[in-house]
Ligand binder design. Structure first.
Ligand code: F0G
Length: 351
């Protein structure tokens, strides 16, 4: 198989599989680490973006799903189930299709972005809307999977986080070191837990000399880790991180405290400003939740919590096309012109 082999093969020594398991892969991972000159100038740091929208289903979830689906297939179950704000369901649907397994996804009614719903549909998953939020969906998926023969592929399944560590390893492999600070959006808190675990594994093995500080950012309307208690009715434009009671709560707090990091909240306005800035100044189109890490970077650089000159990696977790409505809702009507060069020239005010 030519080219990047996917995270299981790329990190074969670090990701254990059951005996005889055949990897279920779409060649996820190996995503670009893109220098961000405009953000670097604004923050006074050396900023890089880990562009996870470049994964096969357009989000970082594929890194964990390849491992979870490989285990599920090897275990002989007929199907998998997950709860999702959209990206986990898109990823589970794709990898289940690849594995030849049935896939059921539980999503909060009316609260998942259109592109993500389209993905679950096209990959052939069974989609069930739940009259509740993500936290209700996750509890329902957990209960169903303990009572019936169906495998849970949410990040409460520990093998998901094993695979998601690969993003931290890739950052170090490309930079030749860990960053000083790593900024991430935080929802159910699996990803910040996985990154921290990945960095620690590399430090333990002497691959990196120093660990990064982990900076996690939640949306202000869905910031249970910042408040220190669950949020009953989480709300934010960043639907992917609309989570009120994160499953990996203790993992996120450990990542924060052990790394001398922080977990803070940013407002929807700050998220949207970062979202537009990232597209217009860096040429990187992400979904709103992903811009949370950028909003957090700008706030903490401006108020002095990030030392000038730091090497900072911001993970942008999902592709912008997943949520076209966020852009289209604000878009003025597209200008119509006749098929005439002078009409183009007049519209563009060319001399
Ligand atoms: N960014 C995106 C685009 C996400 O989809 C998620 C989580 C996160 C960030 C937060 O990561 O949960 O590990 O802290 N999405 C989950 C889902 C909840 O169902 O797709 P986390």
């Amino acid at each position: 198989q030519p080219g990047w082999p996917g995270v299981i093969a790329a990190y074969a020594g670090r990701i254990e599989l059951p005996d005889g398991a055949v990897p279920v892969t779409l060649h996820e991972g190996g995503t670009p680490l893109v220098a961000a000159p405009h953000l670097s100038e604004l923050s006074g740091c050396r900023v890089y973006l880990k562009v996870e929208g470049a994964n096969p289903t357009g989000s970082f979830k594929d890194r964990g799903m390849t491992v979870a689906m490989t285990y599920a297939l090897a275990s002989g179950v007929a199907g998998v189930i997950c709860a999702s704000t959209g990206n986990t369901s898109a990823s589970a649907a794709a990898y289940a299709a690849r594995a030849g397994l049935n896939c059921a996804v539980l999503v909060p009614s009316g609260k998942i972005a259109k592109g993500k719903l389209a993905q679950a549909v096209v990959y052939g998953a069974r989609i069930l809307q739940v009259d509740g939020n993500f936290d209700d969906c996750l509890e329902l998926a957990r209960k169903t999977s303990t009572e019936y023969p169906i495998e849970l592929v949410n990040s409460v399944n520990p093998v998901r986080l094993v695979g998601q560590q690969s993003a931290a390893w890739e950052v170090c492999d490309v930079l030749g070191r860990a960053p000083d600070i790593h900024c991430l959006p935080v929802g159910n808190a699996g990803n910040i837990t996985a990154y921290w675990s990945g960095y620690r594994a590399y430090a333990r093995d002497g691959v990196i000399a120093a660990l990064p500080r982990m900076f996690g950012f939640q949306a202000a309307g869905a910031a249970p880790l910042v408040h220190g208690s669950p949020v009953k009715n989480p709300d934010t434009i960043a639907t992917a991180i609309r989570v009120g009671d994160p499953a990996s709560w203790t993992g996120a707090i450990s990542a924060r405290d052990e790394s001398n990091g922080l977990i803070d909240a940013v407002t929807d306005d700050q998220i949207l400003a970062a979202y537009h800035l990232l597209a217009r100044r860096e040429g990187v189109f992400v979904e709103p939740a992903s811009a949370t890490s950028i909003a957090g970077l700008l706030v903490t650089a401006a108020d002095g919590r990030i030392p000038a000159g730091s090497v900072v990696v911001c993970t942008v977790t999902g592709h912008g096309l997943k949520d076209p409505d966020t852009v289209l809702a604000e878009m003025p009507e597209v200008e119509a012109i006749p098929v005439e060069p002078h009409a183009v020239a007049a519209a563009l005010e060319l001399a």
